[in-house]
Design a protein around this ligand. Structure first.
Ligand SMILES: [Cu+2]
Length: 102
C-alpha cells in the first residue's frame, strides 16, 4: 500500500469524539451524555474518589467491563450503531449513568 492511499483511508475515517467521565462522590459525572449514531467515541473514565463502590464500569449493551483504578484515565473506544439509550453501571449495578444515542 502506498503512502497516498494510506493518507486517503485515514482521512475517510471519522474522528473519534473524546468524552470525559469522572467518578466522584456523586457517582458518574456527567450522568447523561449525548452521542451520535455512527460517530466513534473515545470515552475516558477517571475514578477520582475512593469513597464509592464504582471501582469498575460495566456497559452491558456493548459487552464492555473495565477496572477503574484510582486517578487513572481508562479509555473505552466504541461506535454506537443504533439510536437509543445505553446504560452503564458499577460492578454491583448500584451507581451508573446513561449514554443517549441520537
Ligand atoms: Cu457499586
Amino acid at each position: 500500500m502506498n503512502a497516498i492511499l494510506i493518507a486517503v483511508l485515514l482521512a475517510a475515517a471519522p474522528a473519534a469524539r473524546t468524552i470525559e467521565l469522572a467518578v466522584t462522590t456523586k457517582g458518574f459525572e456527567p450522568e447523561k451524555v449525548e452521542l451520535k449514531k455512527g460517530e466513534p467515541v473515545h470515552l475516558v473514565v477517571t475514578r477520582k474518589t475512593d469513597s464509592t463502590c464504582a471501582t469498575e464500569i460495566v456497559i452491558k449493551d456493548l459487552g464492555i467491563k473495565k477496572e477503574l483504578p484510582l486517578n487513572k484515565a481508562v479509555a473505552i473506544d466504541f461506535t454506537p450503531q443504533k439510536s437509543g439509550e445505553i446504560s452503564y453501571v458499577c460492578g454491583m449495578d448500584m451507581i451508573g449513568g446513561r449514554l443517549l444515542v441520537q
